[in-house]
Design a protein around this ligand. Structure first.
Ligand code: GLT
Ligand code: MN
Ligand code: MN
Ligand code: MN
Length: 385
């Protein structure tokens, strides 16, 4: 009943199911699967696609022969499992060369290398049919503002993106760029800390129509913010090109938990919003199985991520169809023909509004049965309604 629906485009990264259970304090706890094994795990779980960083697929120091070999294995793994590659991205954070940033590095040669590496990674993504290109600025930031000028950082980042947009056009890749914000980790302070930072940058780019965002549940949540509200703004602007689903507790390290594993209520409202507004892009799970998991449990992690989404989608439909909830929504969203006056400004409407008999004491008496509404929501989630 809750089998993953291909139309919802559930995807995983090579780096997510391929995560060997390493953390900053401990070595890997499981053997890193190769690309073939990853495709098989995802095919069995019923995923739609798989995404990659350039170096998830081809190690940074691979020879051309090795690269060709891996590509053909991957191609076969995709085909045998009916998987597609909707998104690609660049690893601009693992190698020591990026220890102080890529596009925003103080070193002009490193900035050029980061752009060159991205161009090559765009070529690679295009070879596999990717149409969305993600930019997560993992090392774009600072520990001390003595070390970098944050105004220059914005200018350098823009220069890189403007250049890469032109490359995208010239090569006819047809990519949409999706920027992914994060407030901290691995840097003490990361530039473009929240999705809204990128939404504000986009109109200043040379090709704003090509650029949108890839918000991640864990990232705004780490900062104690409401993720759903950030996604809402991107959605309303037509800029939600991609989304990273996972879970995270506030005030902790970068947990990358399975989607819906701890924040049931936020996950529910997120799914409800994506479904209500017919979000049509990939639903990417950017998360890792627990460090304790073996490969069989990694399969359960992948299947569980999609199953949870499907369950929450059903709960959202139930919420929308609930007569008591709908009745309460009518009460809450009080209608008044006077609101026509503020739809468009005219001096006539302004005059009428100024003269309108709006009695604040009376208005304050309107009922807001929010306790009732929230309890009904909780009961749907608890499975008793
Ligand atoms: C890394 C990061 C993610 C980004 C990936 C894309 S890499 O796993 O934690 O949030 O989406 O670069
Ligand atoms: Mn993350
Ligand atoms: Mn992470
Ligand atoms: Mn992510």
């Amino acid at each position: 009943k809750y089998a993953p629906d291909k139309k919802l485009k559930f995807t995983f990264g090579l780096w997510t199911v391929g995560n060997p259970g390493r953390d900053p304090f401990g070595e890997p706890t499981r053997q890193k699967p190769d690309v073939r094994q990853i495709c098989d795990i995802l095919g069995t779980a019923g995923a739609y696609g798989v995404n990659f960083h350039d170096n998830d697929l081809i190690p940074i120091d691979a020879t051309p022969e090795q690269a060709a070999q891996i590509k053909s294995e991957f191609r076969k793994g995709l085909k045998d499992n009916g998987l597609v590659v909707p998104m690609a991205t660049t690893n601009l954070f693992s190698d020591p060369v990026f220890k102080d940033g890529a596009f925003t590095s103080n070193n002009a040669s490193i900035r050029a290398y980061a752009i060159q590496k991205t161009m090559r990674a765009m070529d690679l993504g295009a070879e596999f049919g990717a149409k969305i290109y993600v930019f997560w600025g993992g090392r774009e930031g600072a520990e001390s503002d003595a070390t970098k000028n944050p105004v220059d950082a914005v200018k350098r980042f823009r220069e890189a993106i403007d250049f890469l947009c032109e490359y995208n056009i010239e090569q006819k890749f047809g990519y949409k760029f999706a920027f992914e914000a994060k407030p901290n980790e691995p840097r003490g302070h990361m530039y473009f800390a929240v999705t809204g930072s990128y939404l504000a940058l986009i109109p200043t780019l040379a090709h704003p129509e090509m650029c949108g965002v890839n918000p991640e549940f864990a990232h705004e949540t780490m900062a104690g913010l409401n993720f759903v509200h950030h996604v809402a703004q991107a959605l309303e602007m037509g800029k939600l090109f991609h989304i990273d689903l996972n879970d995270q507790e506030m005030g902790r390290f970068d947990e990358d938990f399975r989607f819906g594993s701890t924040s049931y209520k936020s996950a529910f409202f997120l799914v409800k919003m994506l479904e209500d507004y017919k979000y049509n892009g990939p639903r990417h799970f950017d998360s890792h199985a627990y460090r304790q998991s073996d490969m069989q449990d990694v399969g359960a992690f992948a299947a569980g991520s999609m199953r949870t989404y499907m369950i929450l989608k059903e709960k959202a439909a139930r919420w929308n169809a609930d007569p008591e909830i709908q009745g309460l929504l009518k009460v809450i969203n009080a209608q008044d023909p006077i609101s026509k006056l503020t739809k468009n400004y005219s001096s006539g409407n302004a005059k009428k509004l100024l003269a309108a008999p709006l009695d604040r004491v009376e208005l304050a008496k309107a009922r807001l049965p929010y306790e009732q509404l929230d309890q009904l929501t909780a009961e749907i989630l608890f499975g008793v309604r």
